[in-house]
Design a protein around this ligand. Structure first.
Ligand SMILES: *Cc1c(COP(=O)(O)O)cnc(C)c1O
Length: 390
């Protein structure tokens, strides 16, 4: 059976080149990077090189602005907790959006228990943050604004430079969760007013369990883990050397291929969507029609439940998801689609197709061959569909 993986926003297949780069660090180059002998120095050199590659992918001004973490979730936790604690004397107000990843939303919830206040900004029907609401929400107690670069469920890309400019004008620190944007759309942090940015290895064809927080020089942040002097004294613990090396290699390749990959994936994605609307009725796009990640297609199939579509596609070897990996399995409607004003009944029938570098036109044709009969079969059994006209 043909296997088509279309869940690349949940995670990606690690590239062969990445694995190759990592293997020596699980075998021969096992020194502790903090040791001063040759074994240690070899590992240190590899970490330094990887840090430069991640800095380069993000367009950081200096390699010291990259702090390796255990992933995107830790980077998000680190940014919010680190900045909030460092600026406690200045204020206690955090601004975020209502469509953030749970790594942001639940960290903000935790900060509220510590006495911080959070404003969750609304978004429009395309998932774009309301800039007027942002301007109105800022007070002299606002210490941190954290808004994702691109959304993992619907792919909408925020007007991030405008948001960063507003934050800077009002003297608030600005963090962006760039986990989905990095490697998919080109950007250069050093020429933007972004103080902190989160990235993750496994979303860019690197290993799981490794990520980084970009911290612009001069940004006030308390350490995330206490111990030795690792990671500029901000995140203690013997480094995940092989993971860091793999992440570095993935970042290097992503930097080189980002534009061409974006072009290719946009083409495949739009071909898939066109095929769907040609063959299937009552299909609507979730997310911004153009300001969207090149690989992401989230659509709602009215009168249906997403779970049954996923299971039926899975039987045919096609892997998709309802949106965020963290909420699948729960029947809660997506907080992202809800914030975008999608009818609660329709949020259930939404499916995310997130493409990756391995996908081909043949994969899209296979989906377009398998999906329409599944949808019509499920609709034939759906009481919602039967009653739609009444
Ligand atoms: C995947 C993801 C994360 C979490 O990254 P991990 O490395 O899996 O912890 C955070 N934010 C966004 C937008 C993501 O897509």
């Amino acid at each position: 059976m043909r296997k088509v993986y279309l869940d690349n926003n949940a995670t990606t297949r690690m590239r062969e080149e990445v694995l190759e780069a990592m293997l020596p660090y699980y075998k021969d180059i096992y020194g502790n990077p903090s040791s001063i002998h040759l074994f240690g120095r070899s590992a240190r050199t590899a970490i330094d090189a990887a840090r430069a590659k991640v800095a380069n992918l993000l367009g950081a001004a200096s390699t010291e602005e990259i702090i390796f973490t255990s992933g995107g979730t830790e980077a998000d936790n680190f940014a919010i907790r680190g900045v909030a604690h460092a600026l406690k004397a200045k204020g206690n107000h955090i601004i975020t959006s209502s469509i953030e990843h749970h790594a942001i939303l639940n960290t903000c919830k935790f900060m509220e228990k510590e006495g911080y206040k959070t404003t969750y900004l609304p978004v429009d029907k395309d998932g774009v943050v309301d800039l007027d609401a942002l301007k109105n929400a800022i007070t002299d107690k606002t210490i941190l604004i954290t808004i994702m670069y691109a959304n993992n469920e619907v792919g909408t890309i925020q007007p991030i430079e405008e948001i960063a400019k507003i934050a800077k004008d009002r003297g608030a620190c600005f963090h962006t969760d760039a986990v989905q944007a990095a490697g998919k759309v080109p950007f250069e942090l050093k020429s933007m007013n972004i103080d902190l940015a989160s990235v993750s290895g496994h979303k860019i064809y690197g290993p799981k369990g490794i990520g980084a927080l970009y911290v612009k020089k001069g940004t006030k942040i308390t350490p995330f883990l206490y111990g030795g002097h690792h990671e500029m004294g901000k995140r203690a613990g013997t480094e995940n050397v092989a993971g860091i090396v793999g992440f570095g290699r993935a970042a290097e390749l992503a930097r080189k291929e980002v534009s061409e990959e974006a072009r290719k994936l946009t083409g495949l994605r739009d071909y898939l969507y066109k095929g769907m609307i040609d063959q299937i009725q009552y299909v609507t796009l979730n997310g911004h029609p153009t300001k969207r990640l090149p690989n992401t297609l989230n659509v709602r199939f009215k009168y249906l439940e997403g779970e049954s579509i996923i299971l039926n596609l899975d039987i045919e070897g096609i892997a998709v998801s309802t949106g965020s990996a963290c909420t699948s399995g729960s029947l809660e409607p997506s907080h992202v689609l809800t914030a975008m004003g999608v009818d609660p009944a329709d949020t259930q029938g939404s499916i995310r197709f997130s493409l990756g570098m391995d996908n081909t036109k043949e994969d899209m044709d296979y989906v377009l061959q398998v999906l329409p009969p599944i949808i019509s079969r499920l609709r034939d059994m759906s009481p919602l569909f039967e009653n739609k006209e009444k």
